[in-house]
Design a protein around this ligand. Structure first.
Ligand code: RM4
Ligand code: MN
Ligand code: MN
Length: 438
């Protein structure tokens, strides 16, 4: 099963060889930053240790080239199976040292033998994070999905469609158990395109009743992540439109249900870091789907558009953690569609940007911030955040990677490996043309 032992990015010696000429410079940069941080009473080693412990899951579906509803332009050597997708994820993890888990999506990643899939992943040094159900597409070739989700799934007016969607979510839990996962993420495409098409209240009640049935099948140590999205594929209303609907649903479903924040699923200009603070207050923050966005959904790479917002999200998280207000550790996952880049490169870069935002948030002088807040000194309070955000933490990230045996310069190491070209030689070319999520 393990076909990529000859592929160099996952070979520790390959990375060590590339790191060698970069080591001395990386060490000097790290030392210099350490001196500067020491002047701010920050122990660089503590920050580096925290950054080294930080990880973010990669989406199996993000390894294929995505598309819009207008077109998909396929890349070379795209993964053709879940086994290929896991290989790609393992490459990302071996170069960044920051993505040891994969979030699978069913039935896209469905296999007859999950133990074999788990063994394949483990042999490549990766495991599994939250599993995702898919009731936003029809699966006509699939015996378990004869009914259409065109007009909804868990909130459908027809109880037979709801039952099919519930059964699929329970199947996802079973697959996740076999893979070693501990959470199910539910995102539905249910909603409406016309005022009057759907009864807002009744659709929401049907959704809650369905999710309650899914929750009844959860193992006790599992969590249900409820993901909201303001629009798409429904463009007038969605059943779980915003964090308010998500919170109400999670509260109605019970203690195992929490709210997942996908950074791309809000109206433009919404204050997402504020939502994070409120969900923490409610004890209902599940975690994140990281990506960036400008106008619409989540199709841009994390940190590519607004790294400051990413930093502000982590600032809330670090603040809550330091104050002991995070009852459970949030799940960190990437959820992006890569339309014009090599998906492996985008996922590498995104993992680094997310880690960077976390490292910057660790540098916030929280005592000073609190004093400025108490004294209503708006200017200086903002300066405290800006000082952390504008600190170049790259030497911390590089050192954390180097000490783990990952690559000091992951993107350069990936390109030098020729991994994509090797994949192009052995993986079938996939069709372009129409739209596609992944
Ligand atoms: C949705 C949502 C879900 C993801 C699908 C592919 O917009 O973000 O999390 O599973 O896309
Ligand atoms: Mn998402
Ligand atoms: Mn999305």
């Amino acid at each position: 099963m393990n076909q990529i032992s000859h592929i160099r990015p996952v070979d520790r010696d390959y990375r060590a060889g590339l790191n060698r000429p970069l080591e001395a410079e990386a060490a000097r940069d790290y030392e210099f930053l350490g001196e500067k941080l020491a002047r701010r009473d920050i122990d660089i080693e503590q920050v580096t240790a925290q950054v080294a412990r930080f990880s973010v899951a990669v989406p199996s579906w993000g390894t294929g080239t995505g598309g819009t509803r207008f077109a998909r332009f396929p890349g070379d050597g795209e993964p053709a199976s879940v086994f290929d997708r896991i290989e790609d994820c393992a490459v990302i993890n071996s170069l960044t040292g920051a993505t040891p888990t994969i979030s699978p999506h069913f039935p896209w990643d469905e296999v007859p033998d999950y133990a074999a899939l788990r063994a394949h992943a483990e042999a490549l040094g990766v495991g599994f994070d939250a599993v995702n159900s898919n009731t936003f597409q029809d699966h006509p070739a699939h015996a378990a999905h004869p009914l259409s989700y065109k007009f909804g799934s868990l909130s459908h007016t027809d109880p037979a469609v709801r039952a099919q969607a519930i059964a699929h979510n329970i199947d996802c839990i079973r697959a996740g158990e076999a893979l070693g996962s501990k959470a199910l993420t539910i995102w539905i495409g249910d909603g409406s395109n016309f005022p009057g098409q759907s009864h807002f209240g009744q659709a929401f009640e049907r959704y809650i009743a369905s999710v309650q049935q899914v929750a009844a099948s959860l193992p006790p140590d599992w969590t249900l992540f409820l993901e909201h999205k303001i629009h798409e594929p429904a463009f007038y209303s969605t059943v779980i439109q915003d964090w308010g609907s998500s919170l109400l649903a999670a509260q109605a479903v019970g203690p195992q249900a929490r709210c997942l924040v996908d950074l791309g699923h809000h109206a433009p200009n919404v204050n997402i870091e504020m939502i994070v603070a409120r969900l923490i207050h409610a004890g209902k923050l599940a975690g994140f789907h990281f990506n960036d966005s400008k106008y619409g959904d989540d199709d841009l790479d994390a940190g590519a558009i607004d790294p400051f917002r990413l930093f502000l999200v982590f600032h809330e998280l670090v603040d809550a953690e330091r104050a002991g207000r995070l009852d459970v550790a949030p799940a960190y996952m990437i959820d992006q569609s890569h339309n014009v880049t090599d998906p492996i490169e985008s996922l590498i870069s995104s993992a680094i940007e997310i880690q960077r935002a976390y490292a910057q948030a660790l540098l916030v002088d929280r005592m000073a911030l609190s004093e400025y807040q108490e004294g209503n000194d708006a200017m200086m309070a903002n300066q405290v955040l800006k000082r952390a955000f504008t600190t170049d933490v790259a030497p911390i990230l590089a050192t954390a990677r180097f000490r783990k045996g990952a690559a000091i310069e992951p993107l350069a190491a990936y390109r030098a490996s020729g991994y994509r070209q090797a994949c192009a030689g052995r993986r079938p070319k996939r069709a372009g043309g129409g739209g596609g999520i992944v």
